[in-house]
Design a protein around this ligand. Sequence first.
Ligand SMILES: [Zn+2]
Length: 140
Amino acid sequence: MQQTVYESITYSAPCPDCAAELRCTGSHALVGDRLQWDVASTCSACGCRLLACGDDLPRQRRDQILAAYGPAKLRVSGPPTKNIAVMRVLRAEFDDMDLVTTKTLLRRLLSGDYTGTLPEMELLARKLRAAGVTAVATRP
Ligand SMILES: [Zn+2]
């Protein structure tokens, strides 16, 4: 069983029903090999409950998580002979990524310049490890 990687944030937003200030809790997690996010809140003024969830983290929530935790890094190490395996994982992960973009991404990975949320980096690290590549998601 693989460990769940989890990050959460709290933020304020207007209640969709009465416009009072809502205290929202958002989370982003890697569960097994799936990324998921959710947001939950209960309005203290009108009692309405707000729940949202999905697979693709909304950009605004992602920015909040990156601001709160700082970007996580993905470190890939190993002999250059593993580069083909890394590129294969990248192309499978990012649908239809062209070769030039894949090579650029590979260079960023190898130089430790690829960042994102910890669940995102851990997901890619798991896929790379499954392909026999030494990869670790870290937070600086
Ligand atoms: Zn309300």
